[in-house]
Each structure stands twice: as structure tokens, then as C-alpha cells.
Design a binder for this molecule. Structure first.
Ligand SMILES: Nc1ncnc2c1ncn2[C@@H]1O[C@H](COP(=O)(O)OP(=O)(O)O)[C@@H](O)[C@H]1O
Ligand SMILES: [Mg+2]
Length: 248
């Protein structure tokens, strides 16, 4: 794969089989530096499996993974996160019985290995401020409203100041006001921290408004790639997935 630095992540022929099921099939994904890229498709299309593959949580059955120009196929999640790729999970993951402050502190483990306690504390507070969860810093994470818990999950991931932040359905269960403010957070993170974002999301209105480009997966395969306007009018995508959903 040739890469002049404009791609943060590339896969070639990336595939993953689970028994007889090809969950991700021959995926050639290119993530450009600085973009917000949406990965969309129906349930079971292979979106979460793609996240697991690029973050090292599962190994590919075939194909190559390149991050920041280095081949990382088969690398561990820890090694990949040290490269600057951090992901969230489809189901919020945090320590329910720990405070929001301590949860976000856990997120600083990657990328702040040699930082002092004071530096980490500042990082936690800056991150809480960006995500709008400062009022909840001393609350136990498990006691908070669902929308706030989603923001805490993102804060934990963003605390490492990743170069590539991969978010798996971050807007699920948020109300319309929370969706709008969270999309603004994504835009601010990209603008102010030079953070590229890969977004898996079912909320089509949100995806269409925040993403620069979209990749559509269907049965593990790449059905289409393009700008939101191109994807919205792509007949294959409409037939397989969108239908009238994007009007919602
Ligand atoms: N660990 C696993 N073992 C067996 N099958 C799996 C596993 N993970 C995912 N799958 C299957 O792979 C397909 C893609 O799943 P997934 O990547 O979670 O889709 P999406 O996130 O797009 O809804 C589904 O058919 C799912 O059942
Ligand atoms: Mg999923």
C-alpha cells in the first residue's frame, strides 16, 4: 500500500470469518487524515466486527491493516492504541461503581504513560469540560442518566487524545438535544485536536449532517463509498439499506 501520509488507516482485503459466516469480506477501507467518516449499514452488516479488526480486538482471517503508514496486521489492542487509535464499544463501557473522574482517569493510561498526577488531573478536567460532563465528575458513573453515560464513554476514549477516534453507535438512546450537542462535540474535537473520527451510527440524519464521507457495508461487503449527498441518492444503497430512513 502506498501512502503519502494523507491516510491514517487503510485496510486491503480485510476479512473475518466466524465459522461459516463471512462477517467482513475483502474490505478496502481508507480513512483520510482529518475527516469524519461514517460507517453505516443494516444490523449484522459487519460494522462492529470492522471496529474489532482495526482496533486489534479480533484478528483478521485474511487481509492487511495499515495505521499511520505502518503495517499493524495482527497487532494487540494495546499496541494499536499506543499508535493513537482508540475506540468505544457499542454498549457503553465504564466502571459503573467508580466516579466519572476515575473513569476518565483510566482513559489517560494510553498516551500519558510518563505524565505526572497533576498533568493527568488536568487532562481529566479538560476532557470532562469538552464533553460537558464536568458537573458529574464526582458522581458514580452507573447512577447517571443514559445520555450522560454515553458522553462518559466518549470522554474515556478521548482522554488519551487519540489521532483516530472510533465511535460505535455513540448516539444510541440520546434525545434530540443531546444528539445535536454531541455532534458539536465531534466537530470541536476534530477542529481543535486534529482528531480524525470514524463513526458507526444508525441515526441517519446525524450521520448525514456530521460526516464528510460515508462507507456503506452490507453483508460484510462494501456496497458504496461517497459523500452524504452521493450516498443518499445511490440506488444500491437505497435498495439495500436506506429506503426512506434518511428522511427521519
Ligand atoms: N464473535 C462472533 N462470533 C460469531 N459471529 C459473530 C461474532 N461477532 C459478530 N458475529 C456475526 O457477524 C455478523 C456481523 O456482526 P457485527 O459486526 O456485530 O454487525 P453490525 O455491528 O454491523 O451490526 C453478524 O451476523 C454477527 O452475528
Ligand atoms: Mg454493531
Amino acid at each position: 500500500m502506498s501512502n503519502d501520509g494523507s491516510f491514517l488507516l487503510r485496510t486491503r482485503g480485510l476479512s473475518r470469518r466466524f465459522g461459516g459466516l463471512l462477517a467482513v469480506s475483502d474490505l478496502n477501507l481508507d480513512i483520510r487524515k482529518g475527516e469524519i467518516l461514517g460507517l453505516i449499514g443494516p444490523n449484522g452488516a459487519g460494522k462492529s466486527t470492522t471496529f474489532n479488526l482495526i482496533s486489534g480486538f479480533i484478528k483478521p482471517s485474511a487481509g492487511k491493516l495499515e495505521i499511520f503508514g505502518r503495517e499493524c496486521t495482527g497487532w494487540s489492542p494495546t499496541k494499536i492504541s499506543r499508535m493513537g487509535l482508540v475506540r468505544t464499544f457499542q454498549h457503553s463501557s465504564y466502571m459503573r461503581t467508580m466516579t466519572v473522574r476515575d473513569n476518565i482517569l483510566l482513559g489517560t493510561v494510553h498516551g500519558m504513560a510518563r505524565a505526572s498526577q497533576t498533568e493527568r488531573k488536568l487532562r481529566v478536567e479538560e476532557t470532562a469540560d469538552i464533553l460537558g460532563v464536568t458537573p458529574y465528575l464526582e458522581s458514580l458513573a452507573g447512577t447517571l442518566p443514559h445520555g450522560i453515560q454515553r458522553l462518559v464513554s466518549i470522554a474515556i476514549a478521548f482522554a488519551a487524545r487519540p489521532k483516530l477516534l472510533c465511535l460505535d453507535e455513540p448516539l444510541t438512546g440520546l434525545n434530540q438535544t443531546e444528539v445535536v450537542s454531541t455532534l458539536d462535540v465531534f466537530r470541536a474535537i476534530r477542529r481543535e485536536f486534529d482528531c480524525t473520527i470514524l463513526l458507526v451510527e444508525h441515526n441517519m440524519k446525524a450521520v448525514m449532517s456530521v460526516c464528510d464521507r460515508l462507507v456503506v457495508l452490507h453483508h460484510g461487503q462494501q456496497l458504496a463509498t461517497g459523500t452524504p449527498a452521493e450516498i443518499r441518492t445511490n440506488e444500491h444503497v437505497i435498495a439495500a439499506y436506506l429506503g426512506k430512513r434518511h428522511d427521519k
